[in-house]
Design a binder for this molecule. Structure first.
Ligand code: PLP
Length: 418
């Protein structure tokens, strides 16, 4: 990317983990141009359009078996809202109207609309709106590394999954509708990969209590982890999936809710899903989405994300030898993050006054590298940084990213006296 002064940047975070196939892809632009010449709008209650039907078929073929129904929206929050509403309408339809609570995790981010914010475990964003939304029960995300528990201990996954069961029992299973989680964490946990056994145990607990499992793949879906859905890494299929971000890859506002026939069919039989947005399934957005998926398949960009992601992750891990204040490097494929700490043993965060989360981003920016940061631990303390370049990134560009990041980290450590 070049700014108005001609300064060059490497987009090391794909914007907000969106531009998965890079910027200005000529084939996607051409597909959009061709669609624009045909039609740019068809009201979904009058017509389905060819691009939306083709994209739905493509998404269904890339989704876990049995998840064949695709409902288009224009972004991540809308996809999450659609998931909550479908779950609720399904429960009402099958005579389980007492179920309405959606358990989520802390920290988490599920969107900015009131319903999605009620699921979001990130107090600075949700607290100001508290009286206007129904806060939902939350359990801790499995960040064992912060709790002094080994991530690779076989008991760790069970330990965190047991918190879901405890929460369900406390709330009353007959009131719990669904559990929502990011299979591989996004900005809230900084690319958290769950401990072994966690995802399977969560699925089993949801099944035992008749609770729907929703995967928020808004950031982890679309291929950047090396698989189309982050959940695929664990061999666990949810009941509903929300995707967006890399799905439209920045070419068009696009998202989708994908659901199993088991859920959708009773709702359709009872008269249809009581939800929708005027612009949903917009043919131009769907043509862009289709061209993005074709690009990913033709150039094996998921394979590239897995291969180049492994190189980038090991280079980031090497930086831990040089900087004692990098406490953790984590993630999968090209959904990677590192966390800064003052003590690697205790994982205590850096002093808040250092403002690491904005300082390091600024220093990287000056070098010509864009990275994405968040105050972690629920927005209270701690700093992590997402390094998530597009899926077209080469190993040479990884070298360039690491060189710029090293310069930025050198300057940060000198300035912070670390
Ligand atoms: N869910 C997750 C995991 C996200 O990362 C985001 C956005 O960052 C959202 C939902 C909300 O998406 P949007 O900003 O497109 O509404």
């Amino acid at each position: 990317m070049w700014d108005v002064d001609g300064k060059r940047y490497l987009d090391g975070s794909s914007g907000a983990m969106v531009s998965n196939i890079g910027h200005s892809n000529p084939r996607v632009i051409d597909a959009m141009r061709r669609q624009m010449e045909k039609s740019t709008f068809g009201y979904r209650l009058h017509f389905e359009t060819e691009p939306s039907e083709r994209l739905a078929a493509k998404v269904a073929s890339l989704s876990p078996e049995g998840m064949e129904k695709v409902f288009f929206v224009s972004g991540g929050s809308e996809a999450v809202e659609s998931a909550i509403k479908l779950a609720r309408q399904y429960a009402v339809t099958v005579g389980q109207g007492s179920r309405w609570k959606v358990i989520s995790r802390f920290p988490s981010y599920h969107g900015s609309t009131l319903g999605a914010l009620a699921l979001t475990g990130y107090a600075p964003l949700s607290d100001p709106f508290a009286p206007m939304m129904q806060a939902m029960p939350k359990i801790p995300a499995p960040r064992a590394y912060l709790d002094g528990i080994a991530m690779d201990d076989p008991a760790t996954g069970q330990h965190y999954a047991a918190m879901l069961e405890a929460c369900i029992l406390e709330e009353g299973p007959e009131t719990v509708l669904a559990f929502i989680q990011e299979p591989i964490g996004g900005a809230s946990t900084g690319a958290l990969v769950p401990p072994a056994g966690y995802m399977q145990a969560v699925r089993e607990i949801c099944d035992r209590y008749g609770i729907l499992l929703i995967h928020d793949e808004v950031m982890s879906g679309g291929g950047r982890t090396g698989k189309f859905m982050g959940g695929e890494h664990f061999g666990v299929a949810p009941d509903i999936i929300a995707i967006s971000k890399g799905f439209g890859a920045g070419y068009a506002p696009l998202g989708a809710m994908i659901a199993s026939d088991r859920l959708i069919n009773p709702v359709l039989d009872a008269g249809g899903f009581l939800h929708g947005h005027t612009y949903a399934g917009n043919p131009l957005a769907c043509a862009a989405g289709l061209a993005v998926l074709e690009e990913i398949e033709t150039d094996d960009l998921m394979g590239n994300a897995a291969r180049v992601g492994a190189v980038l992750k090991s280079r980031l891990q090497n930086l831990m030898q040089r900087y004692s204040f990098i406490g953790d490097v984590r993630g999968e494929g090209l959904l990677l993050a590192f966390e800064l700490v003052s003590d690697r043993q205790t994982m205590q965060p850096l002093p808040k006054a250092l403002n690491a989360y904005s300082e390091l981003v600024e220093l990287a920016y000056a070098e010509g590298l864009i990275i994405y940061s968040r105050r972690t631990r629920g927005g209270v303390d701690g700093d992590h940084f997402l390094v998530c370049p597009p899926m077209i990134t080469s190993v040479d560009q990884v070298d360039e990213i690491i060189d710029m990041l090293t310069s930025a980290l050198d300057k940060f450590s000198a300035k912070a006296g670390l």
